[in-house]
Ligand binder design. Structure first.
Ligand code: AMP
Ligand code: MN
Ligand code: MN
Length: 327
């Protein structure tokens, strides 16, 4: 770890203008890592541009600096260093992939076991709870002085990627990192309320539709559900507004594997996978061109038929693996 992070630091020292890029369909860890690393780089004397090639979900607009995140545009000048955070493969950064193709010096800072090592310098460590926790270690090494906004933004990703300190990626280092950031001014109650308690009533109606679609198979060990584009349209919501339902499916007592699919546009859905104890969902995600972690993964499903029909192949793969498990 020390050697990798030191190489990352040397690249940063040589650069002046740094583009910090997160992944498409951003989550809390992505936004936290992009913003806190950009804030830290600025305090370190660099010009930093936070960038994510996607709409930022509205629940994050209450956080500092989020309005500074840039979507891809031809007006963004070429940086002399690009740092990709929380993304396991280059296709996850949308149109910013173009900068990598041009050969601009690049770094990846990531905690996905499925990372494809697509930058010049790769600091990948799946033992970290979150990319945000890696950013904290890097900024400490850089001797960056934290203010309360930076502490808050850095805390955000650790809290969200651990399901607010509930998942199996939580160890003592997570609590130490969180405690450090709270001492520096992060407000845990503000983060929890802003992320968890700002739902629109339409999201609950949509949840009712998702509940109606639940199927429980493989001796009740596998729960899955989906929402179509029409469901989202009926409640004037988009798939970005409806996250977390896959966690509800996993919370069913007998369930080991949960799958939730949301149709983003005609012929394309985002599929979220979760497991509870032993099943490695990242193998399923990788088989369908995606990635992630052992207990939380995802991929994009493209199809010509309807969503329900397209899901059959995925459902069958999970069902047959569950049947073959000797656990
Ligand atoms: P999600 O189900 O969207 O919350 O994603 C769960 C995990 O899988 C996260 O760590 C994501 O970074 C990863 N993931 C989701 N979608 C993809 C994808 N299309 N390709 C690679 N990794 C993904
Ligand atoms: Mn993420
Ligand atoms: Mn993450």
């Amino acid at each position: 770890m020390i050697r990798r992070v030191n190489s990352v630091l040397s690249c940063i020292q040589e650069a002046n203008n740094v583009l910090v890029v997160g992944h498409i369909m951003p989550d809390g860890d992505c936004i936290s890592s992009v913003v806190s690393l950009s804030m830290g780089l600025e305090k370190f004397g660099k010009i930093a541009t936070p960038a994510i090639d996607w709409r930022i979900p509205s629940s994050f607009s209450a956080f500092p600096w989020v309005e500074r995140i840039r979507e891809y545009s031809e007006e963004i000048s070429e940086p002399d260093l690009i740092i990709v955070v929380d993304a396991s493969s280059p296709d996850r950064i949308g149109r910013f992939e173009e900068f990598l193709r041009k050969g601009i010096p690049s770094i990846v800072i990531d905690h996905h076991a499925t990372n494809t090592y697509f930058a010049n310098e790769c600091w990948v460590d799946a033992s970290y709870s979150s990319a945000a926790q890696m950013v904290l270690d890097l900024l400490k090494l850089m001797d960056v002085e934290y203010d309360s906004d930076l502490a808050l933004m850095n805390y955000l990703g650790i809290a969200t990627d651990t399901g607010f300190f509930r998942y199996s990626n939580v160890d003592s280092s997570v609590f130490e990192a969180a405690a450090e950031l709270v001492k520096l001014g992060a407000d845990p109650a503000f983060v929890a309320t802003t992320i968890l308690e700002t739902r629109k009533i339409e999201e609950l109606f949509l949840e009712r539709d998702a509940i109606d679609n639940i199927k429980l198979i493989s001796e009740n060990r596998f729960a899955y559900s989906y929402l179509t584009m029409r469901d989202f349209e009926r409640h004037s919501l988009t798939e970005d507004d409806f996250t977390g339902f896959v966690g509800e499916l996993r919370s069913i007592e007998s369930v080991e594997v949960a799958l939730f699919a949301s149709e983003a546009c005609k012929g394309q859905a985002h599929v979220s996978l979760r497991s509870k104890r032993y099943f490695d969902v990242s193998e399923i995600a990788v088989a369908f061109g995606g990635g992630g972690h052992q207990k939380a993964s995802g991929f994009t499903l493209n199809y010509e038929s309807d969503l329900k029909e397209a899901l059959r192949e995925v459902v069958e793969m999970i069902d047959s693996r569950l049947r073959n498990e000797t656990n």
